[in-house]
Ligand binder design. Structure first.
Ligand code: APR
Ligand code: ZN
Ligand code: ZN
Length: 361
């Protein structure tokens, strides 16, 4: 029997999102039905509705979520009704070439639910990142549910499902920041601020936050930035060099996804340093740099997909650090809202007024 719930959909490219009735099937083999408690508003949701990710409208938006397992398919043994879970979009398959090589955080064939959620008239919905959690209930692959301690508040936990994990993981997993490093983060929205926090957690000695918005720089300080640079007012490459004995930073994390800021990251790192690109560029963007500089400056140029996280390894650990008071994830929650306020939250995100608006259900 299908469950009739309220959900937020993008019906067509550019249309304002709307709350409507969604039919969610009972879980079949390998699936789990989750009662969503909280779901953050992420740029990717906005990209879906603007047609920037695909054309499989209508989309059921929302993917940064936490909630309670309501029921599971009859072959699912590692989850049970009542479990508190964070949803992830990396349910590793265990069989692809990345998984077989022992690098499941690169899994190329991650699982999603097989059955479709639909509109009342039977139109199949495309769930954002295979999740679709701006809805009272959603259907996912069981592997998309990561069980964590139920002590954490849902609106905080859900953030680990996407943007905050991407930033924390860019510093901790991809860059492998370690004690004493100098780290610069260019772009301090939700993702960049989480990278600042990750660098701080790892024991970086100098953490330089770069943004064009003073509000963001103030927030970055609260997450552990030791220095800030407003790159509208000062050259960030020179600024980062000055703060690192003219050497450049050991690690520079680009959390915007633009050629000009990537170029800043490239030249603001020390010789043999590491650049991590976690911001997502658009298909039209191009980068032109002297090839000799790539060779001559050595080191490592990486990109970070979803913070190279392994949900089963990272989510419970980060939740525990939060519960111990060592990871102030609650500071990312700028406001909590209802399902009907997602469109307004997009506008606030666009104006840079929030780190995260989180829908409470
Ligand atoms: N120089 C410095 N900072 C900039 C510049 C620039 N030229 N342009 C924008 N910024 C800052 C903004 O002021 C903002 O604080 O970059 C930050 C971007 O943050 P958000 O828009 O809040 O985006 P966020 O959710 O953090 O995601 C950043 O990571 O996962 C990806 O798709 C995501 O590409 C996006 C990026
Ligand atoms: Zn795999
Ligand atoms: Zn996201």
């Amino acid at each position: 029997m299908a469950h009739e719930v309220k959900g937020v959909i993008a019906r067509a490219k550019g249309d304002e999102v709307e709350v409507t009735t969604v039919l969610v099937p009972d879980p079949g083999p390998g699936e789990a039905l989750v009662r969503v408690q909280a779901c953050g508003v992420c740029h990717t949701d906005l990209h879906y509705r603007e047609g920037g990710i695909g054309t499989d409208f209508p989309y059921l938006l929302g993917h940064e979520a936490a909630g309670l397992v309501e029921s599971v398919g009859n072959d699912v043994t590692d989850l049970e009704p009542g479990d508190f879970v964070i949803l992830n979009w990396r349910a590793v398959c265990g069989q692809c070439r990345a998984c077989r090589r022992g690098r499941p955080w690169y899994c190329f064939a991650t699982h999603n639910a097989t059955q479709k959620m639909t509109l009342a008239d039977g139109t199949a919905l495309s769930p954002a990142l295979g999740i679709g959690a701006f809805a009272e209930k959603t259907l996912v692959a069981a592997g998309q549910c990561t069980k964590v301690s139920a002590q954490i508040r849902p609106e905080v936990a859900g953030l680990l499902g996407c943007g905050v994990m991407a930033g924390l993981g860019a510093a901790l997993n991809t860059a492998q920041v370690s004690r004493g490093d100098s780290v610069a983060v260019i772009g301090c929205g939700g993702v960049g601020s989480a990278a600042v926090l990750g660098a701080s957690l790892a024991g970086a000695r100098t953490i330089i936050a770069v943004d064009i918005d003073d509000r963001k720089l103030e927030w970055a300080r609260q997450f552990g930035a030791t220095h800030v640079i407003n790159s509208r007012e000062a050259d960030p490459v020179e600024g980062i060099r000055e703060l690192t004995d003219q050497n450049g930073a050991d690690v520079v994390i680009e959390a915007i996804g633009r050629p000009e800021t990537y170029q800043q990251a490239f030249y603001a790192r020390d010789l043999a340093g590491t650049v991590v690109l976690v911001g997502v560029p658009t298909p039209d963007m191009r980068l032109e740099l002297p090839l000799l500089d790539f060779f001559g400056r050595g080191g490592s140029l990486k990109s970070s997909w979803y913070g190279d996280c392994l949900p089963s390894r990272d989510f419970p650990m980060l939740v525990d650090l939060h519960l111990q008071g060592r990871l102030p994830l609650e500071k990312f929650v700028s406001e909590t809202i209802g399902l009907g306020a997602v469109e307004e939250a997009f506008a606030k995100m666009h104006r840079g007024e929030v780190l995260r608006s989180v829908v409470l259900l």
